[in-house]
Design a protein around this ligand. Structure first.
Ligand code: PEP
Ligand code: MN
Length: 267
């Protein structure tokens, strides 16, 4: 088994490693399901855990997340498994509630332009994982990040998650040129989310490798034990086996490009 050992990142402090492998379900569905996923992704080298509590779904009649119940589950699982936890905030009124459990606030693609939310998060000191808007220019993305830093919180992580183009074969078009562009322009860490970037399980691992080769500071992937039964985003979820198969090559790419990684290999 390969492990990616977290390194301290001067910008993000001890909770976040230099190269981050963030993994977990799209949505927290139940205690048992989330605990199993957390344990399995940790075993496969994840450095942080994700899991949606408040969801921004396209259709109002679909699963909207467990809300307060999800917070209680996340707290318990985090304590048991011991990984930093990333979850999306969809409304400034959730800041206090979510602060109890998240180490990193995620701002979803649909909220990249929600400047009041960004300003509110600028008043906190937790890292903010800001996703690129569905149709945002890179310079608009950087301008959105400035709302957070100008309000007092410089700990922003940018996340490329695909944009809407004429191409319909994939859910979005993953723009990997965003990685070096944003890094050079901002000096901020840039991570890539190939799950939303492609929407198709079989494309997720290759895009994880490509993003890492492009110099990304981390990747975020959705994982589910039974993707066909997932309450959201099943078609793009990796199984535990997929994750297991993805990580060794990720590791080899990090070695090849010498991304300042401290690594430890065990059998
Ligand atoms: C998510 O991370 O589950 C999510 C909803 O992502 P995005 O905002 O990129 O669509
Ligand atoms: Mn999702």
């Amino acid at each position: 088994m390969l492990f990616i050992t977290p390194l301290k990142n001067t910008l993000l402090g001890e909770t976040f490693p230099q190269f981050s492998l963030i993994a977990g379900p799209c949505s927290i569905e139940s205690y048992e399901n989330f605990r199993q996923i957390a344990q399995e992704v940790k075993l496969r080298g994840a450095t942080a855990l994700r899991g949606g509590i408040f969801k921004m779904r396209t259709h109002a009649e679909t699963f909207q997340g467990l809300g307060a119940e999800g917070i209680a589950i996340a707290k318990k699982v985090k304590e048991e498994v011991g990984l930093p936890f990333v979850s999306e905030i969809t409304d400034p009124r959730q800041v206090d509630l979510l602060s109890e459990v998240v180490d990193v606030f995620q701002v979803g693609s649909r909220n990249m332009h929600n400047y009041e939310l960004l300003k509110e998060l600028g008043k906190t000191q937790k890292p903010i994982l800001l996703k690129r808007g569905l149709a945002a220019y890179l310079d608009e993305f950087l301008a959105a990040a400035e709302y957070i830093s100008n309000a007092g919180n410089p700990r922003v992580i940018l996340c490329e998650r695909g944009i809407r183009t004429f191409e319909r074969s994939t859910r979005n078009t993953l723009d990997l040129s965003a990685v070096p562009y944003l890094q050079k322009r901002s000096g901020l860490p840039v991570i890539v989310d190939p799950s939303h970037g492609t929407g198709l399980r079989e494309l997720v691992s290759p895009m994880c490798w490509a993003a890492t080769a492009a110099g990304a500071d981390g990747i975020m992937v959705e994982v589910h034990p039974k993707p066909a039964q997932a309450l959201s985003d099943g078609p793009q979820a990796l199984t535990f086996e997929d994750l297991q198969n993805m990580v060794p090559k990720l590791h080899r790419i990090l070695h090849a490009i010498k991304n300042n990684l401290s690594t430890k290999e065990t059998e």
